[in-house]
Write a protein of this length. Structure first.
Length: 211
């Protein structure tokens, strides 16, 4: 399949291909996107962040300057986080509190014909940067492993430095430099939950597929 994304209602060839494969052991999905600017990379992050509800593990790979932190900044904005997000290169981890959001809820028992408003607090964002990690076991020694199975959303830059530690179910995003401004993003979802997340992300980015 081939796909095209429309960003801000202007058609652009952002997605080179979307392939979904399933096996008896696990479900996997891949989505290959081309971003033409850092602003576009951040907007893609925002689209994904808007879908996150907590408990997700997002692994970012790519060399320096490919846009990992830019993507994370957009993701945080999509989650409603207003703090300035910067890479935790020296601390390995930064936490950003989830923000309150007003949502509409129908109470059929008391108000069958009316909608009521309720406050929802978004998940905490745990932003990891393993660039200076010398030994993957440091992740365990520092107690970071517990975060990956918690209720917050974990985003890990330089995730390939600790590949043996990650749970099987995850969303991995590999970024590569294609030109001074153009970046390639390969999103690979493993596990049914992440496949559904990736499919919804594709829909929310105005994706249409054709053979």
């Amino acid at each position: 399949m081939r796909a095209q994304f429309s960003d801000n209602h202007a058609t652009k060839n952002l997605c080179e291909g979307a392939i979904v494969t399933r096996s008896q052991k696990e479900a996997t999905s891949t989505l290959d996107i081309i971003s033409h600017s850092s602003a576009q990379t951040q907007r893609l992050g925002m689209r994904l962040g808007d879908l996150l509800r907590g408990g997700e593990l997002i692994l970012l790979d790519g060399q320096l300057g490919t846009g990992k932190t830019t993507f994370t900044q957009g993701l945080a904005k999509g989650m409603g986080i207003t703090e300035i997000v910067s890479s935790p290169t020296f601390t390995l981890l930064k936490e950003y509190q989830g923000q309150s959001a007003t949502t509409t809820r129908l109470d059929h028992d008391k108000f069958p014909d009316q909608a009521s408003l309720t406050q929802r607090v978004g998940p905490i964002l745990y932003h990891f940067d393993l660039y200076r990690l010398e030994d993957p076991e440091e992740v365990v020694d520092l107690g970071f492993e517990d975060y990956f199975f918690g209720s917050g959303t974990c985003v890990v830059e330089w995730a390939d430095k600790a590949d043996l530690l990650w749970p099987n179910e995850q969303l991995r995003i590999r970024l590569k430099m294609m030109s001074e401004t153009k970046r390639g993003l390969l999103l690979t979802a493993t596990g049914l939950r992440y496949c559904e997340l990736l499919q919804q992300f594709q829909k929310n980015t105005y994706a249409t597929t054709s053979s």
